[in-house]
Design a protein around this ligand. Sequence first.
Ligand code: 5AD
Ligand code: SF4
Length: 469
Amino acid sequence: MCPADRKLTNEEETAYRHAVETVLIRNGGRRLYACVYTFGCQQNEADSEKIAGMAEAMGYVICEEPDIASLIVVNTCAVREHAEKKALSVIGQFKHCKRRNPELVIAVCGCMVSQSSRAAEIKNKYPYVDFTFGTSDLHMFPSLLMERLNGGRRAFIIPPENPPVSEIIPVRRTVSYKAWVSIMYGCNNFCSYCIVPYVRGRERSRNPDAVVQEVSGLVSSGCRDITLLGQNVNSYGRGCDFDCSFAQLLDRVSSIEGDYKIHFMTSHPKDATREMIDSMASSDHIARQFHLPAQSGSDRILGLMNRGYTRDGYLETISYIREKLPGCVITSDIMIGFPGETDKDFEQTLELLRTVRYDMVYSFIYSPRNGTPAAAMDNQISEEVKGERMKMLLDLQTGISGEINSGYLGRRMRVLCCGPSRTDPSVSECRTEGGKLVLVPSSETEEGRFYSVEITETGAYNMHGRVLQ
Ligand code: 5AD
Ligand code: SF4
C-alpha cells in the first residue's frame, strides 16, 4: 500500500468501532455534554467537526458551556507562538471545571501537542488533562476516551511515521449550506519557517471517489458553498496509488449537477499549474477566487524561506490567472520580519503588493518555531521593526483594497447569505463568490440562500448592498 493514501487497517477500524460502541453503551440513557474548542486554520476547524462528530456518535450532546460538560476537547494550533499561548491559557482555565467535576474528561489535540516537547509539558504541568493526540490520530480519539473512562492511565500520543487516511469518521457540520471537505493532509514542503510539516506529517491524499461522493452528498442535501481543504492542494494525489491530479479532481467535483460553488485552499505558488487554472476556467461551479500565498516579494528571502519559486515566476502565475479568470478575487499571505529581512527586501514585498493589487492580504509577523531552520538563523528581526513594517503593509493594502472595492459600487453581485452579523444583527453577512463580505439588511435575507444584490456602499473591509427583486 502506498504511504500517501494508506487506509485504516482492519485492526484500526475494528478498534475505532469497538470504542465508539463501548463509550455509547457506557453513556447510554444519560444526557452528557461535550465542548470542542478550536484554534488555528480551516484544517483545524474541519478536524474539530470530526471530533464533534465522533463525540455525538458516542452519545454526547455538543454544547458551548464548559461548566456543564463531561468532555472537553481543545484542538490546538502551533503555527505561531501566540496561538500556543492562547491554547495553554484556555486549557489552564479548565482546571477549575475538573475540580468541580472530577468525572470530567479533558483532551487536548492538534498541532501543538503533536510536538513531543509540548505533549510532555501538558503531561507534567497540566495534570488534569487526561490525554493528548495529534492531527493524524483523530481515529484514536474514541479508544483513548474509552481507556480513560475505564480507569486507564493518562496517554500522550505522538503522531506515527505513516499515518492512515480515515474514511469512517463522522462529521458534525454546524450549518447545512457551507462545508469544509478535506482532500489531503500533511505537507512535504518544509518552508524554513513553518512547523506544519513536523506536526501534520507527510502528505496523504484521500481517494478521489470518496471526495466526489462526499461533495455529491453535500450538494444533493442543499449545500451551496464547499471548500476543498489541504495544506497544499496542488500536490493532491502525488505519490498515490490512484491517478488523479488536483486539476482532475476539480473537473470531477465541478461536474456535479446543482446550485453550488467550489472553493479550495491553500495553493502553493510553485505547484499552481496552468492545467489547474484551465480547469477553474472551464466550470461555473468553481468560484473565481484564488488564495496564492506569496509570503515575500524578495527573491533572496523566498530562497531563504525555501519556497521554490521566484518573484517573476509568481507574477507569471498571477498573469495567467488574470487572463483566464477575469474578475477573479486574488488574496495572499505575507510574512513580515523573516530573519535577515532588510528594508530593501521589505520594500520589494510592498512593491509586489502594488504590482499584483491583491483584493486582500493576510499578514503574519514571523514567529520563530523551535525545530525549524529559520528559528536558528542569524539576524532575527526586532519586534519593533516587525511592528513598523506591519503598519506600513496594512496602510498600503487598506488603500489598495479600498480602491478595488470602490469599483464594485452600483454593481450587481450574487451573494450567499451566511446569517446575521454578530456585531449588528440588523444586517446579514453575505459573501460574493470571491469571498467578499457584503452586509445586507437582515429583513431582506434568509441564511443559506443566494441573492442578487446591488452594491450601495464600499469600504476596504466590507461593502453594503440591497437585495434586487
Ligand atoms: N510565523 C509567522 N507566520 C507563519 N505562517 C506559517 N508559519 C509562520 C511562522 N512561523 C503563516 C504563513 C502561512 C500562514 C498560514 O501562516 O504566512 O501562509
Ligand atoms: Fe507550511 Fe510551507 Fe507547508 Fe504551507 S507549504 S504548510 S507554509 S511548509
